[in-house]
Design a protein around this ligand. Structure first.
Ligand code: PBG
Length: 330
């Protein structure tokens, strides 16, 4: 008590007195099973290639990817989301390598499935930007605009080859209208009702994808503002959400994560399907860069961002730190 009257009348600090007290009352707990590792695999390399903008992340060889998948199983995380980087010269306007059964992503899906079986969910990015020479997420029309409906035809084929190659879950990330419905139909038509769809529902046009563009050797000039969402808006996320659910999304995702926690919270409130969030390359790079300079405590910063994302409503989190964090949690 102070000599100034009856304050403080209540003492919330009591519940913060010790680590065990704080642990008991924690509302949010991270668990390895929450986590999904995004991973890059590059065609035609014999050694993993470090990604300069993402210290600690590499473009895997087929072998090092298998090892990363086994490490992920060992660490107890739930899934691995694969991105393919085709050999130089194999990109074209239609993203042919994305539907070639021997394209790098399909090869990697088969490799990883053979390695981990059903102990890890094997997921695939379902998008054309890694495979097109212009770097857009779809095919272009005669005027050079991304052609929505022609792109959907390509996504349908991609879904089928990815399912054939062993994907448990496909992740359409191109933000084309109707993509979830078309992918669901394409999968069902080949009898793959079992393959789930993780829909990139609210995907914003973000500066924080910057490092990823190096990771997949993207040739994009310009931007994705005619298909990815405007950071100024939240209502259209709910519109996208409605559509994705109606079209058959099994899970929905918000991306990026950190700068869009309000969107994540709104989406999580609105649905009864699992909600995922993707802590993207730029969110990763910022912490790694600041930590390297000694400006933030790396481990605390990582845990704090992941806890914040889960607290905001994410059931699952895609993060490049998935395996490392899962090991710490065990
Ligand atoms: C599209 C895709 C992108 C990312 C995941 N899927 C790039 C983009 O939309 O520009 C970015 C992931 C990251 O930045 O970590 N294939």
């Amino acid at each position: 008590m102070t000599k100034y009257g009856s304050f403080p009348g209540t003492r919330p600090r009591r519940l913060r007195t010790s680590p065990v007290m704080r642990r008991m009352v924690a509302e949010t707990r991270l668990h390895p099973a929450d986590l999904i590792l995004p991973a890059f695999v590059r065609e035609g390399v014999s050694e993993p290639v470090p990604i300069g903008t993402m210290p600690g992340v590499v473009q895997h060889t087929r072998d090092s990817l298998k090892k990363a998948a086994l490490d992920a199983v060992e660490a107890g995380i739930s899934g691995i989301m694969l991105f393919g980087v085709p050999e130089d010269g194999k990109k074209d306007g239609r993203g042919t390598a994305g539907t070639d059964p021997d394209g790098i992503l399909q090869v990697a899906l088969r490799d990883v499935r053979a390695e981990v079986g059903d102990d890890l969910l094997v997921m695939s990015d379902l998008c054309l930007d890694e495979f097109t020479d212009h770097g857009h997420c779809g095919v272009l029309d005669a005027e050079g605009r991304v052609d929505n409906d022609a792109t959907l035809e390509r996504y349908a084929e991609m879904a089928q080859v990815q399912a054939d190659a062993g994907a448990h879950i496909v992740g359409p990330s191109g933000m084309m209208d109707g993509q979830i419905g078309v992918v669901r139909d394409a999968l069902d038509q080949i009898g793959r009702e079992d393959v789930a769809i993780l829909a990139y529902t609210a995907k914003y046009s973000s500066a924080f994808y910057g490092p990823f563009r190096e990771a997949v050797a993207s040739s994009l000039r310009g931007d994705r503002k005619t298909y990815q969402q405007d950071p100024a808006n939240w209502r259209e996320s709910l519109r996208e959400l409605e559509l994705d659910l109606a079209e058959g999304a099994d899970m929905v995702m918000v991306k990026p994560a950190g700068p869009y926690l309000d969107i994540l919270a709104r989406v999580a409130d609105a649905v009864d399907v699992p909600v995922a969030a993707y802590q993207i390359s730029g969110e990763y790079a910022m912490i790694e860069a600041a930590a390297e300079k000694g400006w933030v405590d790396r481990d605390r910063a990582i845990m704090e961002t992941l806890t914040g994302i889960k607290r905001a409503g994410a059931r699952n989190i895609l993060t490049y730190w998935a395996t490392e964090v899962a090991r710490k949690l065990r």
